[in-house]
Structure formats: C-alpha cells, structure tokens
Design a protein around this ligand. Structure first.
Ligand code: PAF
Length: 294
C-alpha cells in the first residue's frame, strides 16, 4: 500500500491502477463501519483507494475540529490490512492552500436536519468530496447510511455536475446493543455509552411499530422521542421522519420509504443515527438507489 500526501504524486500513482477503482473517503479514526465500506469496494472493484483527511471546512467554530480523534498510524495499518492500494493523506495546506476561495453549495436537500443545525457543514462536505473525487478519480465511491443526508447531498452534487462516479451506500454497522459505529463514539465514557444505547432503542421501537402497520410519520417520531426523553443524560436535537430522496419532513400517512433519523447529545458528544423504513431496504442495492434518489 502506498500512502501519498500530494495531489501530483497521487495522480501519478492513480494512473497505474487499471480496471475499476472504488474510493472510501474518511476523516480517519477508522472503525468497522469504514472497513465494511472497504470490503464492499473490494468485492466490486479491481482496486480500492482511501483517504484520511479531517476536513476543517465541515466543522463549525464551536465544533470538535481540534479534538477530533486522530490516529494516522493506526488508520494506515487498518487500510493496509483491509487491502487498500493507495491512501491519500494530505495536510490541510494541500487541500486548502492560501487564497483557496471556491466552495460548493448544494441546494434544498442540504437545508433540513443536519444542515439546519450545523451551518456550513454540507458546504464543507460537498467541497471536500468534490476535491477528493477529482483527485482520486474513482469509478465508484462508497458512503455509509449513518450519514444519510450526506449521501443525498453528495448524490445531488454528482448529478448536478455530471460527475462520472457511481455512489454506493452501505448499511450502518452497529456495536452489540445497537450503537451505530462512529469515530465520535471514542468520546463516550462507560456510562454515556449506556445512555447511547437508548438512541437505537428508540429507533427500534418505531421500526417495530412500523412493522405492525403504523404509517403515521408523526406517531413514529413520537415513538422515538418517548424512548429518548426517558433518559436524563440525552439531550435531543431532533427526531425526523423524512422522504428518503428529498429529506423533506413527512406529515401525511404514507407507504413511501422513510428515513427516520435523530440527533442527540449524550453528555458532550453529539451523535446521529437512523433507520430506513421498511428495514428490508437497508442493503447496498436499495440504499444506493433510494437515499437521495436516483
Ligand atoms: O463522512 C465523512 O467521514 C466525511 O464527511 C467525508 C465524506 C470523509 C468528507 O470529509
């Protein structure tokens, strides 16, 4: 495996990769969720490229950019063991040199949910993802369902800018007990980890209700919320039942697939999680089609 810090050296190494190339972009602190993306990429591609870059432009001024978990050596070992061919690990000055001044603003799909809570977040994500796609030139790029709105934003950009890349979406990987894997789980104390279990329990209670025929977005949101507010350590940011393609909040009873999502603080750590209803859609083929639309 080669680890490369500059754009020109990466381009030179990339040219040597023949056949289908899959990309897995990360901010490091790799966990089984990232590794599942690499495994899926390896199953369908001849080569896999990865990236490690904690992107400053997607963090707000009061967010955790400085404290974000960084472990480049561990990440590179994990990438190598997983069978990645090339890793792009640039310094911030490579991605954002002095006088950098061009940003991508994706429209409506970026405005609700995370976009309304984290000003500038999707502008930073779309900008860095476009740069990473341009630098690494993959045929397929793999993202996780956990960041469902990010998938919709990236897909909108890919469509609107006619980018030649296929976006693939992998189901959430969960710890025993159900906590969705996230690099930010490293911040949780043992007691907060117990609190975090409630997030998935809430989503599961709603998906059980859905299984039994409940189709009211309002009732499903309320079911999640009811579970969350029972834990005094959980500070709920939002619970949403949204259209999987547009991220618009749903209000009417519907049989359309739904993204049931939440954001909450457990102690000082802000976590997000979601399920797609019906849960049978949580597989790479369906998720890749429905999240953010085709
Ligand atoms: O999902 C992430 O880890 C990041 O948002 C991404 C896609 C690597 C862009 O910085």
């Amino acid at each position: 495996m080669q680890t490369i810090e500059t754009v020109s050296a990466f381009r030179t190494a990339r040219v040597a990769l023949k056949g289908r190339v899959g990309a897995v972009f990360t901010m490091g602190a790799l966990h089984e969720g990232h590794l599942s993306l690499i495994q899926l990429a390896k199953a369908s591609c001849d080569h896999v490229v990865g990236s490690v870059f904690v992107n400053p432009t997607q963090f707000g001024p009061r967010e955790d950019f400085t404290g974000y978990p960084r472990d480049l050596d561990g990440d590179l070992r994990a990438f190598e063991t997983a069978g990645v061919d090339l890793v792009f690990a640039p310094h911030p000055e490579i991605m954002y040199p002095p006088h950098f001044q061009t940003y991508i603003e994706v429209g409506e799909v970026s405005h609700a949910l995370e976009g309304s809570r984290r000003r500038g977040f999707f502008r930073g994500v779309a900008t860095v993802v476009l740069k990473l796609l341009n630098i690494t030139q993959p045929d397929l790029a793999y993202f996780g369902q956990k960041d469902a709105q990010q998938v919709a934003v990236v897909k909108a950009m890919v469509r609107d800018f006619n980018l030649e890349v296929d976006i693939k979406v992998a189901p959430i990987v969960r710890e025993e007990g159900g906590i969705a894997l996230s690099s930010r789980n490293r911040y949780l104390s043992a007691s907060e980890r117990k609190g975090a279990l409630v997030l998935y329990q809430g989503l599961q209670a709603a998906s059980d209700a859905y299984e039994q025929g409940e189709r009211s977005p309002k009732v499903l949101r309320r079911t999640v919320l009811k579970a969350l507010i029972q834990d005094p350590y959980i500070d709920v940011d939002y619970v949403s039942a949204a259209d999987v393609a547009t991220m618009d909040e749903l209000h009417e009873v519907t049989d359309q697939p739904m993204l049931l999502s939440l954001a909450a603080r457990v102690g000082k750590t802000r976590l997000i999680d979601n399920v797609i209803l019906p849960r049978s859609l949580e597989n790479i083929d369906d998720l890749s089609k429905i999240l953010g639309g085709e």
